[in-house]
Write a protein of this length. Structure first.
Lengths: 337, 596
């Protein structure tokens, strides 16, 4: 993020104290253009074909993840049934060509167990997206709250939050998660097995992600709090929290959205990496990273097994990034482009 | 014996492995300039040509460098401390024992033959006294003769478990069951030879006096842990870094997890050693961090064989089977891979719940998970490995695992569940080592098939390097609720005692490092082991072994997966190659030769 947001429009910074000016202003705006910030952004986004395509793919992925059991049912497969009859007992690889791709098994079957890869991929999407979204949510909530507090109040709060952020940014989070997951109990808070792992992953990835949001939000807040409209609100006797929530936060929404769309693919990759290293979800739960990890032993004899989850991760991360880029450009036309 | 090769760790070190591989490959380019450059593709002996028989014995010539590759270093190269199967096999290059395994293929290789001793023991009628006379002319690497006192000192080192942990302790348990001797480092006598059960009246004679007879005693003396060690060369816990050689080769260099170079021990005389042929001039071992990488280098011909002898990994196996079948052998390893049910974890205290799992499992699926009939092995039907006298192989199949019930028998499983009082099934946890992808695959197979009979299992992967403290601790197993543990076991020496005593005897239930995972406390089984150790007749010994196996199977403590088989690689250059039951179906390292 480079430049601060646009001058406050009536919609973005309503102030109860100068209601008269507000009414006059909005009437004037209507006469001139009558378009809200969101609408302007949407107009821009619509023109960005790549971003739209990315957005569509993201939407489809979310649908697939939500409907995974339904889709699996439609093709008559599930992610945990073994089909050893489709495995060559001598080589442990699928008997059919291209990893056993057939009408029944659209993406083929796994070596050794013969589980349906299509079903595992669509179920894996649930894990990837769940971790990606929820950990981003954790990071955004923490980052926004702490960033705004640090930026607005300054002083010792700012100093503390900033140092904590510096520390967390320097922390080797992957190692930390590996260590944490391996000492995690099998049951906690009513969750078992994979549930515990997911909970820990989401929390930790989110926790290490908030400083990225926090830094940006703090910077924005620092510059926004000196703006005239904030000064005006303050001089009219608005309380701190009124200013925080009604004056500042609406102007921070855009950078936060942009950061969220950028953070989700990173988190998906982190989940894949953790599952790849064997500290992600537990078997037999499918995850793309876990599939990649298992494919290492077969990359020569059954390359499709590695290609398919690899492509899935690639497409997901790429479309999130394209969409995120588009959103940023749309919300921030002054940004260097 | 313990298993080797932490294949899982490679995944954490892909990048590092690439670097190491690059380094190793440059190193190999500088070194191996032997006279094998012809690139002959017809030199290999053929598929299974060295399995239980000798391949190309006449082609073995003196000289050359024999090159081992390994995916994991041994636990220790100290003769007292090593417990890995391949370490015992390899140690014959630099250590001799009173008696050792015959250098012969198959079952004969598990028989005992004189080595430092002139002949096998003169055993007293009560089976309690063993007397050996040492051979003339056997020397240490500095030319001094090997004496009976060196042998005694080498054996005594096993008592110093506080300094030299890790090795087998059979001799300690047989010679000094009350643990009266405190080991040579705490020995008050001047010569440090205070162990009363061994007498050395002169430099050539050694007499063992057993408090109670043990019919496998000579087998125990054939273990590497009974090798001589010379007192003035004993560097205690550092001895494994450079053992002092009594065999035909000595250590030139050793860097842990990097490599070993052995060169000829010029003081060793072939006339003093009826066992070792000592063909190559030099023996090298290079350790890799990535098993796939190692397999590729083996197939390329950069190395002669895998020191770990645990079979090619799936990738290399496929390539080798398709393109180099003549370089492969498919021996039975002597290991049984199995699931075991700790009785301390409910509902496995009830034998019917144990049997429900045995019947509910899909045994063919488990076999596929282990690698299939060729690379994994035949479906295991009982708990005595085929290489052990008294075993019946698949002929003894009390649960019809390889026949009628090979895909599981849901009806019988349900019946057993009803008998156990859990007609709707139950929940439990499978504990499996995280560094063994194949074991995780078997856990998933078990999970999938048990689900069909209503038994829900959660798979808990634990750090494979922490086995002794996690599944080896009965209190931890109970606390964590590990109802099913996936493991494997191979004989230390081919007898029911060398295989099953640590697994099934109530005396062997330990607080840490336990291997009697099922916590079997069966007076009949204990009694059978007692009568086995007193029995000197081989036929009767075998009959008792059979009976012990039956008792274990009837209790339903174990679900055997496979009688394990490997697919092992031998290079075109190797001659005089054969697998031996003495080392669990591995190639007999000590007499490997190279073709010129």
């Amino acid at each position: 993020m480079t430049a601060p947001l646009h001058e406050p429009t009536a919609e973005a910074a309503p102030s109860a104290a100068d209601e008269a000016a507000l009414i006059a202003g909005s009437a004037e705006a209507k006469a001139v253009q009558g378009r809200s910030l969101g609408r302007i952004a949407w107009e821009r986004l619509k023109r960005d074909k790549l971003a739209l395509a990315g957005g569509m793919v993201v939407l489809v992925l979310i649908l697939i993840a939500l409907l995974a059991p339904v889709i699996a049912n439609l093709v008559g497969q599930d992610p945990e049934t073994h089909h050893e009859d489709l495995i060559d007992p001598l080589f442990s690889t699928p008997t059919g060509s291209f990893g056993g791709i057939s009408g029944d098994h659209l993406f083929g079957v796994e070596p050794v167990s013969g589980r349906d890869i299509f079903a595992r991929i669509i179920y894996g999407a649930r894990i990837s997206l769940l971790v990606g979204f929820l950990s981003a949510l954790v990071a955004v909530v923490l980052g926004t709250i702490l960033g705004v507090l640090a930026g607005y109040f300054g002083g010792w709060i700012d100093a503390t939050v900033s140092r904590v952020m510096d520390g967390l940014l320097a922390f080797p989070q992957l190692l930390f998660i590996i260590a944490l997951v391996s000492v995690m109990p099998n049951e906690m808070l009513g969750l078992t097995g994979t549930g515990v792992r997911l909970f820990v992953m989401i929390l930790v990835i989110g926790f290490f992600g908030w400083p990225y949001v926090g830094r940006v939000v703090r910077g924005q807040t620092l510059s926004l709090r000196e703006r005239e409209y904030v000064e005006a609100a303050r001089s009219l006797g608005a309380g701190r929290f009124y200013i925080l929530f009604k004056e500042l936060l609406p102007n921070l929404v855009a950078p936060i959205i942009v950061y969220t769309t950028m953070m989700i693919p990173t988190n998906i990759l982190t989940e894949a990496a953790l599952s790849f290293l064997g500290v992600g979800v537990k078997p037999p739960t499918a995850s793309w990273g876990q599939m990649l990890s298992a494919a290492i032993d077969y990359y020569e004899s059954d390359p499709m097994y590695m290609v398919i989850p690899g492509v899935a991760i690639f497409i997901t991360v790429l479309s999130f990034n394209l969409f995120g880029d588009g959103v940023r450009d749309a919300l921030d036309p002054k940004g260097s482009r | 014996m313990s298993t080797q090769r932490t294949t899982g760790r490679r995944k954490q070190a892909v990048a590092a492995a690439a670097v190491v591989a690059a380094l190793l490959s440059t190193a190999a380019c500088g070194g191996g300039n032997d006279d094998d450059g012809g690139g002959s593709k017809t030199g290999a002996a053929g598929f299974d040509a060295a399995n239980n028989k000798v391949a190309q014995a006449s082609l073995a010539k003196k000289g050359g460098t024999l090159k081992f590759a390994g995916a994991q270093d041994a636990d220790s190269w100290d003769t007292t401390r090593g417990y890995y199967g391949f370490m015992w096999n390899f140690s014959r290059y630099y250590s001799r024992q009173l008696v050792t395994n015959k250098t012969a293929p198959g079952a004969t290789g598990a028989e005992v033959t004189p080595d430092l001793a002139e002949k096998t023991a003169e055993i007293s009628d009560d089976g309690k006294t063993y007397k050996y006379t040492l051979r003339e002319g056997s020397t240490w690497e500095d030319g001094k003769p090997i004496t009976s006192k060196d042998v005694k000192y080498g054996i005594e080192r096993a008592w110093a478990q506080d300094v030299l942990s890790g090795g087998p302790i059979y001799l300690q348990q047989v010679l000094d069951p009350k643990k009266e001797y405190k080991g040579p480092y705490k020995d008050k006598s001047a010569d440090k030879l205070g162990l009363k059960a061994i007498e050395t009246p002169d430099d050539k004679t050694i007499i063992f006096k057993l408090p109670a007879a043990n019919s496998d005693f000579e087998e125990m003396l054939a273990l590497t842990s009974a090798s001589p060690v010379r007192q003035d060369k004993d560097t205690k816990s550092k001895y494994g870094l450079k053992p002092f050689s009594s065999g035909p080769y000595k250590f030139q260099s050793y860097t842990p997890s990097k490599g070993i170079v052995l060169v000829r021990n010029t003081e060793w005389k072939a006339s003093s050693d009826p066992v070792r042929k000592a063909y190559p001039d030099k023996i090298t071992v290079d350790f890799f961090t990535n098993a796939n990488d190692m397999d590729q280098r083996l197939i390329k011909g950069d190395y002669d064989l895998d020191i770990g002898q645990t079979g090619l990994s799936p990738q290399g196996r496929t390539t080798a089977l398709k393109q180099h079948k003549a370089n492969l052998d498919n021996p039975v390893s002597g290991y049984i891979r199995y699931a075991v049910f700790p009785q301390s974890v409910k509902p496995f205290d009830n034998e019917h719940c144990r049997k429900a799992v045995i019947y509910g499992a899909d045994h063919e699926s488990l076999q596929t998970a282990r690698g299939g009939p060729v690379a994994g092995g035949d479906i295991g039907t009982n708990m005595l490995p085929p290489s052990v006298p008294g075993s019946e192989g698949q002929k003894y199949d009390p649960y019809e695992l390889a026949t009628a019930n090979k895909n599981g028998n849901a009806a019988k499983a349900k019946e057993e569940l009803k008998a156990c009082g859990k007609p709707n099934g139950f929940k439990t946890t499978i504990a499996v080592r995280n560094n063994k992808p194949v074991e995780v695959a078997t856990a998933e197979s078990l999970q999938a098939s048990l689900k069909k009979v209503g038994i829900t299992v959660d798979i808990e992967q634990f750090d494979g390097a922490q086995t002794t403290g996690i599944i080896g601790s009965p209190s931890n197993v109970k606390k964590k609720g590990y109802g099913i543990i996936i493991m494997g076991w191979g004989p230390d020496f081919p007898s029911v005692q060398g295989y099953g005593l640590p697994l099934w005897s109530s005396d062997y239930i330990l607080e840490s490092g336990n291997n009697n995972f099922a916590l079997i406390k069966d007076k009949t089984i204990d009694g059978l082991f007692d009568s086995y150790t007193k029995e000197l007749d081989d036929t009767k010994k075998a009959a008792i072994s059979t009976e012990i196996n039956h008792k274990v199977m009837e209790g339903g403590y174990y679900l055997p997966f496979v009688f394990e088989k490997f697919i092992n690689w031998r290079s075109n250059r190797l001659a005089n190659v054969y697998t031996t039951d003495g080392y669990s179906g591995q190639y007999d390292f000590v007499n490997l030769g190279l073709k010129k």
